[in-house]
Design a protein around this ligand. Sequence first.
Ligand code: PLP
Length: 222
Amino acid sequence: MSVSETIHRINSELPTGTRLVAVSKFHPVDAILEAYQAGQRIFGENWVQELCEKQPLCPDDIEWHFIGHLQTNKIRQIVPFVSLIHGVDSLKLLKGINKEAEKAGRVIPCLLQIHIAQEESKFGFSIDECRNILSDGHLKDLKFVRICGLMGMATLTEDTAQIRSEFKCLKNAFDEFKKNFFIDEPAFCELSMGMSDDYQVAIEEGSTMVRIGSAIFGARVY
Ligand SMILES: *Cc1c(COP(=O)(O)O)cnc(C)c1O
């Protein structure tokens, strides 16, 4: 299937209110433009340098989402144009984004990344850590970041039951945090979960943003 056919097919599977982030990492600008022609406007990238090289070559109305692990010394490069940072997994990073956003005169939407997978290697807060940070109230002092929800990655496994239970766990945390810390903040509304191999399950479990790369653009050549 072509990039454009796949984009149309995936969009037809998404419930209203769930958005597709086309993950274009390691794929050339031409592939992004092909997806753009098919109507795709949200693109996700993992690497600051790659994102900063591609962004000026692409149409201005693309919403760029940073979905990788952001290092504090690279924040400044993406703050001028990024629309959403998915993987915020430390208070230090959040403070760093706040500082650079203030300098740039922007408020940056961010998602807190929660570690839901069994693998050790994936980044993210534990649910307890995240709850502690939210309950101590200091996040409200960071005026240049807006916490818009949570993000997580399930374990890479064929075991759908396990993937489902990890997504459920993330959805429960989202509901709990929404109720206890963001009840008056409509901006806290995003649950970013689901990739090429597990997005159908993620949708069933309440995802509002699926991040899909290889199913659209093919395998990545590293
Ligand atoms: C690469 C990546 C994706 C897309 O993965 P696919 O399996 O190619 O769909 C989604 N989310 C994150 C955080 C990624 O790093």
